[in-house]
Design a protein around this ligand. Structure first.
Ligand SMILES: [Zn+2]
Length: 172
């Protein structure tokens, strides 16, 4: 990813109010973020553990989403594989992230959800810069293919959230 400033991060969130964006807790100071190793920037709000954020390049721009993170009881857990990077996790290292849809659909309470690495460090897992707790099944994809897959999956999720907005505008 390209380096971003704190102001740029706050200004790119698509599914929050301006006030929420100003109040959110940013990750470590932007100078400390390993931008070159990231396909997207994801972090948990250090002051509100149920909140998380994801910022990713999309087409020619950068889009951020506010997410809420929950850990379903094991019996209701539908997957222990991150849907973004395909890392297999123990129950403590995967969470269900849901995003309020952008625009009117979101104001009506509609969300989109996905299972992902609790720490949202998918970019580091696929580059072997962070090791998951569980041994992983053999991947048939090469490293560049894993990067491409991660970017596609994240873009698809973000597009789903944004389309909630354009879809309802068309219907109105
Ligand atoms: Zn992941």
């Amino acid at each position: 990813m390209q380096t971003m400033t704190a102001a740029e991060i706050r200004n790119c969130l698509a599914n929050t109010s301006k006030g929420e964006a100003q109040r959110l807790t940013l990750p470590a100071s932007p100078e400390l973020v390993p931008w070159a190793d990231l396909d997207f920037l994801g972090w948990r709000d250090a002051k509100a553990p149920g909140r998380a954020y994801l910022v990713t390049p999309l087409d020619a721009t950068v889009v951020g989403l506010a997410l809420s993170a929950t850990v379903p009881p094991r019996s209701l857990m539908r997957s222990n594989m991150c849907q973004f990077c395909h890392t297999m996790h123990d129950a403590a290292s995967i969470a269900l992230f849901s995003a309020r849809l952008a625009g009117a659909a979101g104001r009506a309470g509609n969300t989109a959800g996905t299972y992902a690495c609790t720490d949202l460090a998918c970019s580091l897992y696929i580059r072997d810069l962070r090791k998951p707790f569980l041994p992983q099944p053999q991947e048939t994809l090469t490293a560049p293919e894993r990067v491409a897959r991660l970017r596609l999956k994240v873009a698809a999720f973000v597009t789903r959230v944004l389309d909630g907005s354009s879809g309802s505008r068309r219907a109105a």
